[in-house]
Design a protein around this ligand. Structure first.
Ligand code: NAD
Ligand code: TDX
Length: 337
């Protein structure tokens, strides 16, 4: 049985990925290493208690000694790196932790892969490394990197290190670049869960700028299926874009959420724009579709409904979050702009 070290498995996509793999396969053991930052939550994986194919270590991906210990003790064969500081707005407030985890942390994991001769290293990157598009065109894998925020610059830096380790040391690496995800367990600082929760609570829905920035949305389970396909069949040294061809202006999503919850559009509040706000992202996912036969299964409106229902049914999960540290961050974000 293959043992995969998943980093950042207590966050949004990592926890969905671990659940997806253990539910749909019987070939893997998963060792999850997560620092449990504000975004990491053990409750995201509470259902796995007692599953012999899963174990957890609290730890930092910058800690070379700890990772070496875990690799040997657990007979790890490969790494999938989800661990990151992931929120653009937080990176604008303070970039340092983004450089540490996203750049130095990735470098430590590459060194570990090299030292132990692991058979695969998958870097979970993002479409944001390509920068911003005008009204037409899509990102392909060879689009030049042109990151605009401290977050995307840190992710692009990590991608360059992965590329260099592959080229220089022949390290068996693959990079994935996915568009915006939504679904269960997403931390309520991101657009969709924040708007759902504010709408449920009848609080203002803060839309940045004119609300016409476009993102390309994919349901998290479709992203997880793509990562597993890439892990199993992807070509070493390659980059794969992942996306579901679902471009939407932010304001349209906010209106859909209000409609689904039966709330009034008067809750929409246009607020000061995010500094350096990227205008449009759009992913061309032809390569993964033609080479690996992957395709998204979920239709946007249905999966958004499913997501809204999850937040309605799991209020304790997010109530604990919005009454904690998050409150301080939110106050700071609005005070400092
Ligand atoms: P998240 O913020 O929900 O989770 C990140 C996880 O990483 C948390 O559990 C956190 O505790 C952990 N972590 C942070 N620093 C760490 C460190 N130094 N050592 C160990 N663990 C650490 O993020 P997410 O939305 O699940 O994103 C996961 C990955 O996917 C990230 O690499 C992100 O760049 C990428 N990505 C996200 C999206 C999206 O729409 N959310 C889209 C494309 C790519
Ligand atoms: O309160 C808000 N109001 C608003 O208008 C928030 C939080 C966001 N927005 C806008 C900004 C963006 O145009 O909504 C859009 C989506 O914002 P986020 O959910 O913060 O995502 P984004 O900045 O696009 O980045 C996300 O997708 C790519 C993830 O956070 C990244 O980790 C991923 O790499």
């Amino acid at each position: 049985m293959d043992t995969i070290l998943v980093t950042g498995g207590c966050g949004f996509i990592g926890s969905n990925f671990i659940r997806y793999v253990l539910k749909n396969t019987n070939n893997y053991r998963i060792v999850n290493v997560d620092k449990l930052t504000y975004a990491g939550n053990l409750k995201n994986l509470a259902g796995l208690k007692g599953d012999p194919r899963y174990c957890f270590y609290k730890g930092d991906i910058c800690n070379y000694e700890l990772l070496s210990f875990i690799i040997e003790k657990e007979n790890v064969t490969s790494i999938i790196n989800f661990a990151a500081e992931s929120h653009v707005d937080r990176s604008i407030l303070s970039p340092q932790e983004f450089i540490r985890t996203n750049v130095i942390g990735t470098d430590v994991l590459l060194e570990i892969t090299r030292r132990f001769g692991l058979k695969k290293f998958i870097q979970i990157s993002t479409d944001e490394v390509y920068g911003s598009l005008e009204q037409t065109g899509k990102f392909i894998e060879s689009t030049p990197l042109s990151p605009n925020s401290p977050y995307s610059a840190s992710k692009a830096s990590a991608d360059l290190l992965v590329r260099a380790y592959n080229h220089t040391y022949n390290l068996p690496t693959i990079i994935t670049r996915c568009s915006n995800n939504y679904g269960p367990y997403q931390f309520p600082e991101k657009l969709i869960p924040l708007m759902i929760i504010n709408a449920i609570n009848e609080k203002p829905l803060p839309v940045y700028g004119d609300g016409m920035n476009i993102r390309d949305w994919i349901y998290v389970e479709d992203h997880c299926a793509a990562i597993l396909a890439i892990y199993e069949e992807g070509k070493i040294g390659e980059v794969y874009n992942i996306g579901a061809e679902n471009e939407m202006p932010n304001i349209e999503i906010v209106k859909l959420i209000l409609k689904e919850l039966g709330k009034n559009e008067s809750l929409i509040t246009f607020v000061k724009d995010r500094p350096g706000h990227d205008r449009r992202y759009a992913i061309d996912a032809t390569k993964i579709k033609t080479e690996l036969g992957w395709k998204p299964r979920y239709e946007f409106k249905e999966a958004l409904k499913k997501t809204i229902n999850w937040y309605i049914e799991n209020q304790t999960w997010w109530q604990e979050i919005i009454s904690g540290e998050y409150k301080k961050y939110y106050k700071k974000w609005y005070e400092e702009r």
